[in-house]
Design a protein around this ligand. Structure first.
Ligand code: 13P
Ligand code: SF4
Length: 332
C-alpha cells in the first residue's frame, strides 16, 4: 500500500477530505467519473454516472471530458480507451480484473475460432481487448438477446467466455451457440439450497437474478436480466420485499430509490451473501480514485492494432443494441 495512505476517522489520505479533493480534481482535470453498479456505495455516490456495462460503454464513447476515471474492472476501462483513444483513461487499481477475462486467454480463443471456421463469434464484453479484437460482435448481458435475434437463424455462433450466460441465451432464443467454458466466480457462489430456504421465509418475494448465475439459480428466479434490468425491475415491482441474486453493491441504488422496500441479497453456501462481493471491483477505493485523478495513473493503454480491431466488434454491438436509454444518469 502507498506509504502516504493514512486513513484518519472519516478522512482519508493524510487527513484529506477525499470527497472534496476528488471533486476538485475532477474539475481541474476535466474528468468524468464512471462507475459500475458493483462498486462500493461511496464510489457510486461520487460518480458522475453509474450504469451497467452497456450504459458505461455508451457513456465512454460520448463523453466530452478529457479524462475518464473508470471505477469498474479492467476490461471496462479498456472499452473506454478503445472507444475514446484520445482521452486519458485511468483505473484506480490495475489489478481489478475479472474471472471471465482470465478464463479466456487470447491464444486459446484464437485456436477455438480457427477450429470452427463456419461460426461467427459473439463475445461477452467481459474479456480482454485482444479477445475483442478476435471477435465479430461484442455483447453485454443487456444487449445480447436483441443482437442474437438480428443474426440469421442458420448462422452458427460461438459464444465466449461465460457458459452460464451463453446457456441462458440459448434457452431464451432457441439457438444452439457453442459455448466457451468460463464462469463468473461471484455469480457461481449462490447456493440453491440457501436460496430455497430464503424463499420459504419470504414466499411472496420475487427473485431477481443476473444471467451469469448457473441455470439452477435462474430456474428459481422471477426475473433474469442485466444489472440495469434488475434495478428497473426492483423499483417497478409492487412487492415490498425482493431477493437479489447478483453482486450485492447494486442494492445501494435500490435502497436509495426505494427506501421503503426491503432488498435481500441471495445467499452463498454459508448462508451469508457477503461472499458474493466481487473481489476485483472491491480493489477500487476512494483513496485510489483520488490518487488516480491526482497522478493520472494507472493509465489504460491498448496497442493501436488491437484497439482498431476491437473497436470494430464493439461498434457492431453499439449499432445492433440500438439506442436504449440508460436506467439512471447522474450529473449529466
Ligand atoms: P452488467 O452488464 O449486467 O452490468 O454486468 C457486468 C458484470 O460484470 C456482471 O458480473
Ligand atoms: Fe467479472 Fe464476475 Fe466481477 Fe463481473 S462480478 S467483474 S463477471 S468477476
Amino acid at each position: 500500500m502507498d506509504a502516504r495512505l493514512n486513513p484518519l476517522g472519516g478522512l482519508g489520505l493524510l487527513g484529506l477530505d477525499l470527497k472534496a479533493e476528488i471533486d476538485r480534481l475532477r474539475r481541474e482535470r476535466n474528468a468524468v467519473i464512471l462507475a459500475h453498479y458493483y462498486q462500493d456505495p461511496e464510489i457510486q455516490d461520487i460518480a458522475d454516472f453509474v450504469g451497467d456495462s452497456l450504459d458505461l460503454s455508451r457513456k465512454a464513447a460520448a463523453t466530452e471530458a478529457r479524462v475518464i476515471a473508470f471505477c469498474g474492472v479492467k476490461f471496462m476501462a479498456e472499452v473506454a480507451k478503445i472507444l475514446s483513444p484520445d482521452k486519458t483513461v485511468v483505473l484506480p487499481d490495475l489489478k481489478a480484473g475479472c474471472s471471465l477475462e482470465d478464463s479466456c486467454p487470447p491464444e486459446d480463443f484464437a485456436r477455438f475460432r480457427r477450429a470452427h471456421p463456419d461460426h461467427i463469434s459473439l463475445t461477452y464484453i467481459n474479456c480482454s481487448a485482444a479477445v475483442k479484437a478476435e471477435s465479430d460482435i461484442i455483447v453485454t448481458s443487456s444487449s445480447a438477446e436483441r443482437i442474437i435475434n438480428q443474426i440469421p437463424r442458420d448462422q452458427k455462433i460461438l459464444f465466449a467466455p461465460d457458459k452460464h450466460l451463453g446457456a441462458w441465451l440459448n434457452r431464451k432464443t432457441g439457438r444452439d451457440m457453442l459455448l466457451w467454458d468460463g464462469t463468473c466466480i461471484v455469480h457461481e457462489r449462490f447456493s440453491v439450497t440457501e436460496l430455497l430456504k430464503l424463499k420459504a421465509q419470504h414466499p411472496a418475494a420475487p427473485v431477481l437474478a443476473h444471467p451469469e448465475c448457473p441455470a439452477a439459480i435462474l430456474e428459481l428466479a422471477d426475473y433474469v436480466g442485466a444489472t440495469s434490468g434488475i434495478l428497473k425491475e426492483a423499483l417497478a415491482s409492487p412487492e415490498p420485499v425482493l431477493i437479489v441474486a447478483t453482486e450485492p453493491n447494486i442494492i445501494h441504488q435500490m435502497r436509495k430509490s426505494a427506501p421503503h422496500k426491503t432488498f435481500i441479497g441471495a445467499p452463498g453456501a454459508d448462508g451469508n451473501c457477503g461472499c458474493n462481493m466481487c473481489p476485483f471491483m472491491a480493489l477500487n477505493t476512494l483513496e485510489k480514485l483520488y490518487l488516480a485523478l491526482r497522478d493520472l495513473k494507472p493509465v489504460i493503454e491498448v496497442p493501436e492494432d488491437v484497439r482498431v480491431a476491437a473497436k470494430r466488434s464493439l461498434d457492431r454491438m453499439l449499432e445492433m443494441a440500438g439506442n436504449v436509454s440508460p436506467v439512471r444518469v447522474q450529473g449529466d
